[in-house]
Design a binder for this molecule. Structure first.
Ligand SMILES: [Zn+2]
Length: 258
């Protein structure tokens, strides 16, 4: 990241390159290292980095406060796991899906078990792991409206500025969050029963304690998170494409990138 070599970063931290790569993979590290120097060279906040390395995770979220919101996690054979999210209005039984993950089956199972009609499919970005199951879902629900930020999508499938999509009592809006992907979009879901906090489906814009690969646009990716995600109310539930759910307040306190 930021064009810093792994060797330089490891050197600053006082660890070997292979130890640094183990830390990146697991987020866990036994050996004592120089977080201040490592944070400085990587442009990360040293205290937050140390907390992450010590195994910080966001508090486990009880989703029963959001009616209805489900996380569906699918995996490929290499162990890559990706989240997608299904919401619905309890009364009308109309549902909306955010990304598709790698396999349509668990989604279709919930839709059938809960007697739902899938009305909308919102795409956070078109990286394959987020849209892999789209053809199966479109075949099952050909009338479901597709929404994305992709400029190559047909006009009627592209998000429109300031558009509000109603799903029974729930309201879905969006903000463009480019950086990790050019077509990156974050969807905001509000008007939950009993005033449950807003939900932000962020794709790979931000993760608990981390963020999506900047793909050569690190500055843009970071600015996007700062301006479009961390500016949301602190209690906002953040639903990333990979890893655990978190909140704006938790990321402000612990995410070493900010
Ligand atoms: Zn991605």
């Amino acid at each position: 990241m930021n064009g810093i070599s792994a060797a330089a970063a490891a050197g600053a931290a006082g660890i070997s390159e292979s130890e640094l790569s183990a830390l990146e993979k697991s987020g866990q590290f036994e050996k004592k290292m120089n977080f201040a120097a490592l944070g400085k060279i990587l442009g990360l906040q040293p205290q937050k980095l140390e907390a992450i390395a010590a195994g910080w995770l966001p508090a486990k979220k009880d989703l029963s406060g959001w009616r209805e919101l489900r996380v569906i996690t699918t995996q490929d054979t290499d162990g890559l796991s990706v989240n997608c999210y299904l919401i619905w209005d309890e009364v009308q039984r109309d549902a909306a899906l955010f990304d598709t993950g790698l396999d349509a089956k668990p989604i279709l199972d919930i839709i059938a078990a809960e007697n739902l009609t899938l009305r909308h499919i919102f795409i956070t970005h078109s990286h394959y792991d987020h849209v892999e199951a789209l053809p199966q879902l479109r075949a099952a629900f050909p009338k479901a409206r597709l929404h994305s930020g992709s400029k190559s999508a047909p006009v009627d499938q592209r998000n429109k500025t300031a558009e509000i999509v109603h799903l029974g009592g729930l309201r879905v809006t969006h903000r463009d969050t480019p950086g990790h992907a050019d077509d990156g979009v974050t969807y905001l879901i509000g008007n939950w029963q009993e005033d449950a906090p807003h939900v932000a489906i962020v794709g790979d814009t931000i993760f608990a304690g981390s963020m999506g690969n900047g793909n050569g646009q690190w500055e843009l990716a970071r600015r996007t998170v700062r301006e479009q995600i961390l500016s949301l109310p602190p209690e906002t539930l953040l639903c990333p494409g990979h890893g655990p759910l978190t909140t704006v307040a938790e990321e402000k306190e612990y995410n070493p990138f900010f």
